[in-house]
Design a binder for this molecule. Structure first.
Ligand SMILES: [Zn+2]
Length: 161
């Protein structure tokens, strides 16, 4: 399956609110498969549709845990609580990492590729990755939330989203 080109900042598509998905068809399934291959190729833990130049509320997250790949279509955050701070990176900002503070817990409603609605609760790193990707669908980039950029010697084990 094709590896797609990741859109790097600056680009208009990265800073706009994306349109909801209306059709849950084979085209959507193909986009999700291509996004997965692209995320894996670039060693990311998440990818949002605008990062491949697509104006659509589609994002995936895979932090290599027992949940596997989480496919989020038209996701909505319905609850957050707590706070966490940690390093964050983004496939659209190669080589850039910064400390970001986000809620520690998140509850979302979203649809899977078949159009079935589901609810998911996550905390810690998974919650961070989910929030990072959903931000992308609203044109919000992690750089707007960075409190401090990280130096190269602080980057061990930092994942890119
Ligand atoms: Zn990102």
């Amino acid at each position: 399956m094709p590896i797609l080109k990741v859109v790097n900042y600056p680009a208009e598509i990265l800073e706009q609110t994306c349109k909801p998905v209306i059709k849950f068809d084979r085209k959507l399934a193909r986009i999700l498969d291509d996004m997965y291959d692209t995320m894996i190729e670039y060693d990311g833990v998440g990818l949002a549709a605008p990062q491949i130049g697509l104006d659509a509320r589609i994002a995936i997250v895979d932090i290599d845990d027992e949940l596997g790949t989480i496919e989020m279509i038209n996701p909505v955050i319905v609850e957050t609580s707590g706070e966490q701070s940690g390093p964050e990176g983004c496939l659209s900002f190669p080589g850039l990492f910064g400390e970001v503070t986000r809620p520690n817990f998140v509850k979302i409603n979203a649809f899977d590729r078949k159009g079935r609605k589901y609810t998911l609760e996550a905390e810690e790193f998974l919650a961070r990755a989910i929030q990072h990707e959903i931000d992308h669908l609203d044109g919000i980039l992690f750089t707007t939330k960075v409190s401090r950029y990280l130096e190269e010697d602080e980057l061990k084990g930092v994942e890119t989203e």
